[in-house]
Structures are given as structure tokens and as C-alpha cells.
Design a binder for this molecule. Structure first.
Ligand code: ARG
Ligand code: ZN
Length: 500
């Protein structure tokens, strides 16, 4: 979520507020969403295995071990990710020297070869690698640009499991961002440490198969001066103080895309609550944070309950937020622990980042050109929250404003926005309009069935625009190809379908 959007939201909320004072009461009475199917949607779509499927590479015969590809062939990010193996679990064991912004330690990756391999790559930006072992034997390695190539003592057979451990240290270097030339992503040392990696920033602090296609679970073992609070993805498992240092262990047991791995080290005050079904909610706020901050998050539990009803069960073991005491105009939906800068805290943005836990984090992109599946869905989720809390008319107004803005500014089609426009407003606005138009076209009942079925089928995995279209067609029993082509790929913005 970006600042420009925030300002728009303020404008939208003001518009909603002023409408409220002008319009007679009944028009704004909260209208609950139509009842959702209580039975699981029973469309006969087989569930895919929610695991990594490598993009096709120039493959070598499986019996002959070759070098793993240094790319997953993402059209927008040809350098991101590597082929030949499936990353299963990362263990980051890092000591952080906050005074000098230095890290040292190791990252250990449990993985499985998807082809016979004589060598394979990880992505790593900067930092000094001192040693690499594979299955506890020394391995040779070389580096070129952001590629770390590792040659194990003996080649891997296809399907062989292996554990690679990389010892490294140094000062994390910012990763340049294709879409905002003056922004960087990854590790930041300011007000302690925080990490904002979308899209390619994860490699600034650990060696990684750096593409959302290869999701993995994580253990973080972070050692820092004991006066700091350390938070990352999943749940905290232990905190052990030894002398002046404290080692904090966190675990994220669900598959996670690398850009959602995060770390916050700083002076935070922890606020905990219990969400729906006992879900732990932990918010890390700056100690000086006032009521404007805490109140923006006061409905988190209610939001989780609501989105669980309209999308499907909340996917992870915890949720929470870190509010970094800086004005960065930035918020990011890190898995189970969204990060907000001070100037991005408002209820709509809180809802937006939460909705990404379903769409983006649990159902992840197959390739970055599918970004509207993240940002369009999260933006539409804002309108759903407004509808839920302020009534059907307010939700409609919210989308009418977004649609009007998209038209007034002649916003581009969101279906394949180009790497440098990945997070432009048109992806958010026109992306949300796709869902709004689909709802008007197929009606509420089928629309919410489609969302449920799409989420149920692709949760913990990856999906593409075509996967979403296929679910929409199969659930609705309608041919929607032309509809989606118009809304996703035509420069001209179609008129909104008439409801019913
Ligand atoms: N996914 C974030 C959101 O919730 C946006 C990230 C934008 N990335 C960037 N490097 N500026 O909208
Ligand atoms: Zn977003």
C-alpha cells in the first residue's frame, strides 16, 4: 500500500462521511452480506498439491547431473529464483550488531532436488560467504552478481533431499527496486531493524530461492542485544538471555514466499489479544504510540472473523502488526506480521494488509505479472470491509469512487502491468474493479462461491490469472473469457455490468 492510495482513502472516507451527513438514515443502514454457503463448495475441481512446481527450464536428461537453472523464468524478474530443487525449510541463525548494522551467522536450507544436479544456485545480494556445507560436507561455491552457485562434493540424484548450510556475514545492502527507481527493498537499519522485501529484497539478508513459486517454512534464531524486542513471522518459540545478548526463536510452519519473510528489532510494546478460534494476535507498537495507532488496529479480530467468513478460514498460526516509528509511506503484508510505517496506519490499510494473508500470502502469485491477484483482491477487500461495517450503500460508494477514478485517469489494464508498474494505482484500482464487475455480473451468491473455491483450491500454493478465471467459469457455469479479457487486458475500461 502506498501513500498516494492512503490519501485517496482519506478522501474516500471523507466522501463517505459527508454522504452520511447528507443522506437520510435508511440508505446507510448496514445491510449484511447475503448468507454465504455454510457447506464447503462442492465444485469438482481436484486440489493441486500445494508444493513447488518448477517453471520449465532447458532441462537436462534426469540421469545426467547438470547445473540447476539460475532462473525460474519470471518474465518480470528474469534473475529471481533458481531451478532444479524445491526449498522446503529455511533456518536463519543470525546475530545482529545494531550499532554497526552487521549480521553474522548462517542460513540452512532443507531442500529436495527436482532433477539430477551437479550444482545449484541461491540468490544472495552482497554479504560475505565464508563457508558452505552440503549434508555436512564442505562444498565449493562461487558468486556472480546476485547468484551464489554451490557445487556439492557429490551430485544429487533427482528427488534427493539435501541440507545446505551457508555461513556468512556483513552489512546488508539495499536491493534496487525495478518499479520505483529511487526506492530500495530488503533489510533496513533505522529505528532498529525492519525488513520490507517485496519483490526481490529477501536476498539482502539471507541466501534464498528468491521467487514466490518456491515457498518454504522457516525457523528464525535471532541474537541481538537483550534490550531489544525481536519479532518475525509465525510464533515465538523461545527467548533466552545470555549475558548482554538475547536469542529469540520464531517459527513459521506454513509455506511462505521469500518476500514475506520479515524481522523487526527495536523498542516495541507488545499488545496481545486472542482472535477468532483462539488465534493469537500480537501487535508491536512503538512505546510512545497513541490512540490513533492503537484504535486503527482495534478491529483486527473482527476483520479476521469477517474475512474468514467471506474468503475461507484464516490460513496461519498467528497474526499481528509491527508499527515502525518512521514515516516511510509504506505498509507490507509480511506473513502473519504486517509492517506499517507510522504514516500508513489507518483502518482501511489495516484491512488491506490483513486481506493479503489470504490473497498474496496463502494463495501466492505464480509469476509477478499476476500482481492484480494480490493488490486487486486486497483493494476489493477494503470495499467489502466498508460494506460489512457501514452497509451495502457505503461499500457500493467505495467501489463507485474507485471505478470513477480509474475512468477519470484513464488507468491502464491491470492484467499484465509491466515490471516497472507493478504497484501503480491502476493495478489496485482496476484490479479491484475486476472483482466488483464479476460480482455484479454473476451475482452475490456465485461471486462469493468463486472466492471461496479459488481460496480453497490454491491456499498454501500458487495461482495465476488463468487459474482464477478457470475457477470463476467452473463455479458459475458461464463462459467468462471475454469478460475477463475486457476487464483485465483492454486499455478501455468497460462499463460496469448491471446487477442481476
Ligand atoms: N504489497 C504492498 C501493499 O500492501 C505494496 C508494496 C509496494 N512495494 C514497494 N516496494 N513500494 O500494497
Ligand atoms: Zn497490497
Amino acid at each position: 500500500m502506498k501513500k498516494r492510495l492512503l490519501l485517496t482513502f482519506i478522501a474516500l472516507s471523507l466522501a463517505v462521511l459527508s454522504c452520511r451527513t447528507l443522506l437520510p438514515g435508511p440508505a446507510l443502514d448496514p445491510t449484511p452480506l447475503p448468507a454465504l454457503p455454510t457447506q464447503p463448495v462442492s465444485t469438482p475441481i481436484p486440489s493441486p498439491r500445494p508444493t513447488f512446481q518448477p517453471a520449465p527450464t532447458d532441462s537436462i536428461p534426469t540421469e545426467i547431473a547438470g547445473a540447476g537453472a539460475d532462473t525460474l523464468n519470471d518474465p518480470y524478474y528474469p534473475q529471481m529464483g533458481n531451478g532444479g530443487y524445491d526449498a522446503l525449510h529455511y533456518t536463519l541463525d543470525l546475530t545482529v550488531d545494531l550499532d554497526n548494522n552487521q549480521i553474522s551467522g548462517s542460513t540452512t536450507l532443507d531442500a529436495q532436488a527436482t532433477e539430477a544436479l551437479s550444482s545449484f544456485n541461491l540468490d544472495l545480494h552482497g554479504l560475505d560467504v565464508s563457508a558452505v556445507t552440503v549434508d555436512n560436507l564442505p562444498a565449493t561455491f562461487s558468486r556472480q552478481d546476485d547468484e551464489l552457485t554451490i557445487t556439492p562434493a557429490a551430485p544429487f540424484a533427482k528427488d534427493q533431499s539435501f541440507t545446505v548450510s551457508i555461513a556468512y556475514s556483513g552489512r546488508p545492502q539495499p536491493v534496487e527496486d525495478i518499479f520505483f527507481p529511487d526506492e530500495t527493498v530488503g533489510w533496513f537499519a533505522d529505528a532498529g531493524v525492519y525488513v520490507l522485501s517485496e519483490s526481490a529484497g529477501a536476498m539482502s539478508w539471507y541466501p534464498v530461492n528468491n521467487h514466490p513459486l518456491d515457498k518454504a517454512s522457516y525457523t528464525f534464531r535471532i541474537t541481538a542485544p537483550k534490550q531489544y524486542v525481536v519479532a518475525t513471522n509465525g510464533l515465538m518459540k523461545s527467548e533466552v538471555v545470555k549475558g548482554e545478548m538475547k536469542t529469540t526463536v520464531w517459527e513459521e510452519t506454513h509455506p511462505m514466499a521469500s518476500y514475506l519473510a520479515t524481522l523487526a528489532i527495536g523498542h516495541y510494546k507488545l499488545f496481545t489479544e486472542t482472535g477468532p478460534n483462539g488465534l493469537p494476535i500480537h501487535n508491536y507498537f512503538p512505546p510512545e504510540a497513541g490512540g490513533e495507532i492503537t484504535s486503527a488496529f482495534s478491529r483486527t479480530s473482527e476483520m479476521i472473523a469477517y474475512y474468514s467468513q467471506v474468503f475461507g478460514p484464516y490460513p496461519f498460526e498467528s497474526y499481528g502488526a509491527v508499527v515502525v516509528p518512521l514515516e516511510l509511506e509504506f505498509a507490507l503484508e509480511n506473513q502473519t506480521l504486517s509492517v506499517f510505517s507510522y504514516d500508513m496506519v489507518d483502518e482501511i490499510t489495516v484491512a488491506h494488509e490483513l486481506a493479503h494473508q489470504w490473497f498474496g500470502n496463502s494463495v501466492s502469485l505464480r509469476s509477478w505479472e499476476n500482481i492484480w491477484l494480490n493488490e486487486g483482491f486486497a483493494t476489493y477487500a477494503e470495499a467489502l470491509w466498508v460494506e460489512h461495517t457501514e452497509g451495502k450503500a457505503a461499500g457500493d460508494d467505495y467501489m463507485r469512487d474507485i471505478y470513477a477514478k480509474a475512468r477519470a485517469k484513464n488507468m491502464a489494464a491491470p492484467g499484465n502491468p509491466e515490471a516497472r508498474h507493478l504497484f501503480d494505482d491502476f493495478v489496485y484500482y482496476r484490479g479491484a474493479c475486476v472483482l466488483h464487475a464479476l460480482r455484479l455480473k454473476v451475482g452475490d451468491e456465485l461471486f462469493f462461491k468463486i472466492l471461496h473455491e479459488y481460496y480453497a483450491r490454491y491456499q498454501y500454493g500458487n495461482a495465476s490469472t488463468d487459474d482464477f478465471i478457470a475457477v470463476a467459469q467452473s463455479v458459475s457455469g458461464q463462459d467468462l473469457q471475454a469478460f475477463f479479457t475486457d476487464w483485465l487486458f483492454s486499455a478501455e475500461i468497460p462499463p460496469l455490468p448491471q446487477p442481476g
